[in-house]
Ligand binder design. Sequence first.
Ligand SMILES: NC(=O)c1ccc[n+]([C@@H]2O[C@H](COP(=O)([O-])OP(=O)(O)OC[C@H]3O[C@@H](n4cnc5c(N)ncnc54)[C@H](OP(=O)(O)O)[C@@H]3O)[C@@H](O)[C@H]2O)c1
Length: 345
Amino acid sequence: MKAEKFTLVRHFDGFPKTTDFKLDSEELPPLKDGEVLCQAEFLSVDPYMRPYTMSMTPPLTMIGGQIAKVVESRNVKYPAGSYVIGQLGWRSLTIVSLDSSPFHKDAPESFRRGKAEVLELLPDLGDLPRSYGLGVCGMPGTTAYFGFLELCQPKEGETVVVTGAAGAVGSLVGQIAKIKGCRVIGFAGTDDKCAWLRELGYDVAINYKTCPDIDAALKEAAPKGIDCYFDNVGGMLSHRIRQQMNLFGRISVCGSISSYNDKTGEGAQVPVPEMTTVFKQLRSEGFIVTRWWHRKNEAISQMAAWVREGKIKVQEHVTEGFHNMPQAFMGMLKGDNTGKAIVKV
Ligand SMILES: NC(=O)c1ccc[n+]([C@@H]2O[C@H](COP(=O)([O-])OP(=O)(O)OC[C@H]3O[C@@H](n4cnc5c(N)ncnc54)[C@H](OP(=O)(O)O)[C@@H]3O)[C@@H](O)[C@H]2O)c1
């Protein structure tokens, strides 16, 4: 059986390029006891892939999660025909050996540290599409749920700001904030994304690329100041937002995508907000979602229930074809996606 995989041939230097990837094929051996053969159905492209690979040594199979069908099995836990979710990398077919180690050799380090198993049966999503296992009912949904609720501790009537608001995580955070009775302001990179945010129930959506005066727009959108900030992007935009936080404001630092591809060092010129943090007595906390991995079923079942109740709307940005993984990944980093970026094999 022939498998295809994308090898990352060198570290990314600035924005990723197609030449950073090489499509390889390999003949897979017959299964041994305890092993399963997984055929990718949906693959995820996520921002973390960009910074995480910098601490790895190329050439390596490009890292990432996927939903796959078990097409052959010598492991009773994963019978043929079942669907699984796992950190199997950018591979069309994968043999996973589960007796030797719960972790696939290509799994990102933080999954090992967070004790997330590399392969799990896909949770029963009932009537919801299987692909939601990579988004609202998977890692991004768990990130939005715990990263926002645990660290921001939002209260009814408070004002919440979300950056990267039209993406996989951000679009969910804003909707959770509305469920909790908050006023929600989102920042996104196109007018179409902002229009979609308003459809989702965001009270105000601001295009951070075209807004001539972020400070003034924010003052108008949050006349009572900001109580919670869910930070997906870092950089100067986050600096401006922090200046308008209220006393005892809470900041959940989820990511800093504005610096992932930055070679210019501009990110380093963002002032350190020490005085604002002191005088406003802010609490700012970073996290990796695997911190709550032992509780992920709580997030998944709540997110699925909110989707079924119509309280959370979901959009997927689907790229067709395994061969288009690099294009899908680079497109997501550029902002092509509204909602969760995935690849359908
Ligand atoms: N801590 C954790 O455990 C954890 C888990 C998952 C994700 N994350 C982080 O959460 C953030 C969002 O991840 P996601 O999966 O939901 O991705 P996403 O938002 O669906 O996709 C990335 C988005 O980032 C925006 N972007 C790109 N360059 C930017 C820049 N220079 N400034 C501002 N925005 C920019 C683009 O939207 P625009 O068109 O709006 O620019 C793009 O669509 C990332 O920082 C990611 O690393 C952290």
